[in-house]
Design a protein around this ligand. Structure first.
Ligand SMILES: Cc1cc2nc3c(=O)[nH]c(=O)nc-3n(C[C@H](O)[C@H](O)[C@H](O)COP(=O)(O)O)c2cc1C
Length: 187
């Protein structure tokens, strides 16, 4: 398939190991443009995107999430994270957190999901890897939540909705299994 959009869609994988190389300013500009180009219900654009590249803050968020899972006694999840390198952000040099006003309706969460995939496809188009990471929300719920909010300048009245890690992939991954029976045609 030569269509570059189809190539990006079919080539994207959830990457869970990244090289430490920084995302360039040009790449950041392309990613921010892609995020802002996302569609939203009634064009409300309810999101805010936090583009985080500060290594100390990324480490703080990853550690805080792990601490939350430990505090919750979710040891199976902690073990799973340890088996994947011990960090929920997989060493990515960029984390994009998407926030919404607290208690937003489901439609706004759909907006956020679309924006996350827009970022993932934009990253793919730039030759970067990505992983959508819902687990990062735990960083803003547990014992170290307040410190994490302060570190990123969290706005009052908003909540974590979803996040995406992006960077140069340090691994490859097979495509997930597809289930053609989930498509029904009505001709
Ligand atoms: C809403 C959403 C949340 C996700 N959260 C996580 C996460 O917290 N951590 C993670 O490693 N992967 C996460 N993923 C990635 C999925 O595990 C992944 O998309 C799925 O296994 C299919 O693999 P693929 O993306 O390579 O096709 C998330 C994906 C979506 C769509």
């Amino acid at each position: 398939m030569t269509n570059p959009v189809q190539q990006a869609i079919l080539g994207r994988r959830s990457i869970r190991a990244f090289r430490p190389d920084a995302v360039t300013e040009d790449q950041l500009a392309a990613l921010t443009a892609a995020a802002l180009a996302s569609p939203s219900a009634m064009d409300r654009q309810p999101w805010e995107f936090l583009f985080i590249t500060k290594a100390a803050v990324l480490d703080q968020i990853a550690a805080s999430a792990l601490k939350t899972f430990e505090a919750q006694g979710n040891l199976a999840l902690v073990e799973r994270i340890q088996s994947r390198g011990g960090t929920i952000l997989y060493g990515a040099p960029l984390l994009v957190i998407i926030t919404l006003p607290k208690d937003s309706p489901a439609m706004n969460h759909a907006d956020v999901g679309i924006a996350a995939q827009t970022l993932a496809l934009a990253a793919q188009g730039l030759g970067l890897g990505s992983c959508i990471v819902a687990m990062a929300g735990a960083a803003f719920q547990g014992p170290d939540a307040e410190a994490c909010r302060a570190a990123v300048g969290w706005e009052e009245g908003r909540e974590f909705a979803l996040s995406v890690v992006i960077g140069s992939p340090a691994t490859t991954k097979d495509a997930h299994a597809v289930h053609p029976e989930k498509i029904r045609r009505v001709d």
